[in-house]
Design a binder for this molecule. Structure first.
Ligand SMILES: [Zn+2]
Length: 129
């Protein structure tokens, strides 16, 4: 019997190298989460098929999946390494943009945390100078 999340979804069956089990919910009709389903797919035969299989680069996990797929592809087809370089460069840009976006988000949170939580009052007795 497989373990389930608090909402009844099955947990991913992947065991990490360190012996810890993945804690993400498994995809519907799969034993694995989104990340490990993609990670366990074998690399395609052509670079064009690889780029069609890459996930949208929307977060760190998707960039990691894409990077892993490109590396697996190059390992299987070393003669395609030169052709795969633009894909790797694109992934590097995506990772850099994600880091920059996180820095902006952190800065925005630091700024909004300093804002007063109460609206200024019109009562002159309650204001301090
Ligand atoms: Zn997983």
């Amino acid at each position: 019997m497989s373990e389930t999340t608090a909402f009844g979804a099955a947990i991913c069956q992947h065991i990490r190298i360190g012996g810890q089990r993945c804690t993400q919910p498994a995809r519907r009709n799969s034993n694995y989460c989104r990340f490990h389903t993609a990670a366990l797919q074998s690399p395609p035969a052509k670079l064009s098929e690889l780029t069609e299989q890459l996930p949208p680069l929307e977060d760190l996990a998707s960039i990691q999946i894409a990077l892993m797929k490109v590396i697996q592809f190059i390992m299987k087809h070393p003669y395609e390494a030169q052709n795969a370089r633009p894909v790797l460069y694109g992934l590097q840009l995506a990772a850099n943009n994600l880091a920059r976006t996180r820095n902006l988000t952190d800065a925005a949170h630091r700024f909004t945390d300093k804002l007063p939580t109460k609206a200024p009052t019109s009562d002159p007795e309650s204001q301090t100078m």
